[in-house]
Design a protein around this ligand. Structure first.
Ligand code: FAD
Length: 383
């Protein structure tokens, strides 16, 4: 693989970087403290193309390549973890299954508004109170055909963007007898009667990215809100998560880069024993390790995106990129706090909240343990 970005990709990176520096990063602290989603910046993302990263141009999207999509999420993560998570979930979880598996009629009905920024965002509800890693066995939210409509009953947990979304793509059980064809994906508009969105969850970090429990009580949606074919929900979900993992890997690279940028600046300013702490080898080694690991993770993310772009199988590359980048981000953010000393533990300085934001990344869209299961399964099948 050629690791140089193309001229177009470099230009895109600069454009997103400048936008984030102006509209997203300055609000990051406020967003985290107030727990308010940054709608002001998000409204400006539509025209820039940041809300249609996985949507073809004919349905209102950007139609950009997978590496450029990863670059956008990394740059957003460098500015604000909360905003980046909501935008990553919107693109990679809410829009992607419709764009990749939906009929043209479904795409036309649901994608143009949300991809262009005319509407709100989107969400994907997989996790339930008793089902996260084990979706196949655990999902109990039920959809039954009732004439020309799906009748949906059940409960979901941890749905990113539910309160700021036009619709929630929902994983439902359509065949109660089980088996791998028992699940389906259905698009549920958030103004549907019987749909209730709980209050924002009180989280450790990412406070500006709303996460909610969602309940479905006799919710009716048209039969043709089904994504793709009935019974293929699990396959569509796993494929969607493969793509989403590239996004979470990219977001983690952005968080780590932001922590390192701050730590480098601080190490050069802070003096002890009559000299900047950047003169000490103990500090230099932490910085050197961070720089090395960030670059390694970025290349793994680009590689997974490149395989996806070429239409090759990329599940293992995406799982490896997600596993390494998310665990790397935690190490880098931990050491950034160490370099800041006592100030690193203060909410007045950015590294504290970046560390809390980074903590989610080894959990959401498949835990590190699940990534290791995916990687080892592929490895053992290959040999
Ligand atoms: C802030 C936030 C945002 C989220 N956004 C969304 C969203 O938008 N949509 C959505 O559907 N979900 C979302 N989630 C849910 C998230 O994807 C799940 O929490 C995650 O997949 C893990 O599921 P679980 O919490 O049920 O943990 P469990 O599956 O109960 O796992 C608990 C522990 O057991 C381990 N474990 C489980 N099975 C195995 C095994 N076979 N071998 C070894 N270890 C195992 C896990 O790795 C973990 O350490 C979000 C969660 C959070 C916190």
């Amino acid at each position: 693989m050629n690791f140089d970005l193309t001229e177009e990709q470099r230009l895109w990176k600069d454009t997103v970087h400048d936008f984030v520096a102006k509209e997203v990063k300055p609000k990051a602290q406020e967003v985290a403290e107030k727990g308010e989603f940054n709608w002001e910046a998000t409204r400006k993302m539509g025209p820039l193309g940041l809300l249609g990263l996985n949507v073809p141009e004919e349905f209102g999207g950007t139609g950009i390549d997978a590496i450029s999509a990863a670059i956008a999420i990394e740059e957003l993560g460098r500015g604000c973890g909360s905003t980046a998570l909501s935008i990553a979930a919107h693109n990679g979880l809410g829009c992607a299954p419709i764009a990749n598996f939906g009929s043209d009629e479904l795409k036309q009905r649901f994608l143009p508004d949300v991809a262009s920024g005319k509407g709100q965002l989107t969400a994907l509800a997989l996790t339930e109170p008793d089902a996260g890693s084990d979706l196949k066995g655990g999902v109990t939210t039920r959809a039954e055909l009732d004439g020309d409509e799906w009748l949906i009953n059940g409960a979901k947990m941890w749905t990113t963007n539910a309160s700021i979304a036009d619709f929630i793509v929902t994983l439902v059980r359509t065949d109660p007898d089980g088996g791998s064809n028992a699940l389906s994906l259905v698009v549920v508009p958030t103004d549907s009667e019987g749909l209730s969105i709980g209050p924002p969850e009180k989280k450790m970090g990412l406070m500006g990215s709303p996460t909610h429990a969602v309940t479905y009580e006799n919710v009716c949606v048209p039969k043709n809100n089904l994504v793709g074919e009935e019974g293929k929900g699990l396959q569509y979900t796993l494929a969607t998560l493969d793509g989403g993992r590239i996004g979470i890997g990219a977001l983690s690279v952005g968080l780590a880069q932001a922590a390192l940028d701050a730590a480098v600046g601080y190490a050069q300013e802070r003096e002890t024993f009559g000299q900047p702490i950047s003169n000490y080898q103990a500090i230099q080694w932490m910085l050197a390790d961070a720089e090395t690991e960030i670059n390694a993770a970025r290349l793994m993310v680009y590689n997974a995106a490149y395989q996806k772009e070429l239409g090759r199988p990329f599940a293992k590359a995406a799982a490896m990129a997600k596993l390494f980048a998310t665990e790397m981000a935690e190490r880098v953010c931990r050491n950034a706090i160490q370099i800041y000393g006592g100030y690193g533990y203060s909410r007045e300085f950015p590294v504290e909240s970046i560390y809390r934001d980074a903590r989610l990344m080894t959990i959401g869209e498949g835990t590190s343990e699940v990534q290791r299961m995916v990687i080892s399964r592929h490895l053992l099948q290959e040999n």
